[in-house]
Design a protein around this ligand. Structure first.
Ligand SMILES: Nc1ncnc2c1ncn2[C@@H]1O[C@H](COP(=O)(O)OP(=O)(O)OP(=O)(O)O)[C@@H](O)[C@H]1O
Length: 212
């Protein structure tokens, strides 16, 4: 297993959101995480991405406890793409700089064109601010930024929910091509059962704090 979630529990105050959740992700898998609104899907992804502390259990990446990993190798291993890209992207930076800062940080300039192509983003958009993009373009920009890091694991949190049918499929095709070519492991959080069935190898259901 590339990633193992063991007995993961998480509460916000007195509200128990996740109770002893267990699952594993193999290298190169595209897996959907579904469940009713508010059941804890984003919370689970954020715990795995170290964006939320968890109350119990462990997450192992290649058998290492993620909480023991240094920040840089951890970010290199795992990228989380937020649901709300308008808030996730720095509004003062143009697309070129938003992508460039990732390239500089990870010295992967050669990947810029590849990421643009993968994400079906026109180079014409490089001079625009995030607010000057459509919702779909912003979502794809979020994915392109994460791709530039070349992570082993991508967590896509409802990256298609605000999009129309055609764009949903475009985003999923981008994700699946990337997964197949790079053997990236993708956890795709969605409410869209048809999309999950069409693109994902398996579907996990979260309900009442447990995986069914
Ligand atoms: N920072 C927070 N502080 C307190 N409670 C929170 C916080 N974040 C989420 N919650 C609560 O935890 C529960 C799970 O939220 P979460 O966002 O993980 O659900 P979700 O399954 O991703 O929902 P959705 O499908 O609607 O996006 C909800 O009851 C939510 O109100």
């Amino acid at each position: 297993m590339l990633l193992e979630v063991l007995e993961l529990s998480k509460s916000y105050g007195t509200q128990k959101v996740l109770e002893r959740v267990n699952f594993g992700l193999k290298r190169g898998e595209l897996v959907a995480l579904m469940g009713p609104s508010g059941c804890g899907k984003s919370t689970l992804a954020k715990c795995i991405a170290r964006l939320e502390p968890f109350s119990g259990g462990q997450v192992l990446y290649e058998q290492q406890d993620i909480l023991q990993m240094e920040q840089k190798p951890f970010r290199q291993a795992l990228q989380y793409v937020f649901q709300d890209q308008l808030n996730a992207l720095n509004p003062a930076k143009k697309v070129r700089d938003l992508l460039g800062s990732v390239c500089r940080r990870f010295q992967t300039h050669a990947l810029l064109n590849e990421a643009l192509e993968f994400a079906k983003l026109s180079p014409k958009l490089l001079g625009r601010y995030p607010r000057e993009l459509s919702g779909g373009e912003r979502q794809r920009l979020g994915i392109a930024r994460a791709m530039l890091v070349c992570p082993e694991i991508l967590l896509l949190d409802e990256t298609t929910s605000a999009l129309d049918k055609k764009l949903k499929h475009e985003v999923m095709q981008v994700a699946r091509t990337y997964q197949q070519e790079k053997q990236t492991t993708i956890l795709f959080i969605t409410h869209d059962q048809a999309l999950a069935k069409e693109y994902c190898e398996r579907v996990m259901q979260l309900k009442g704090g447990h995986l069914l």
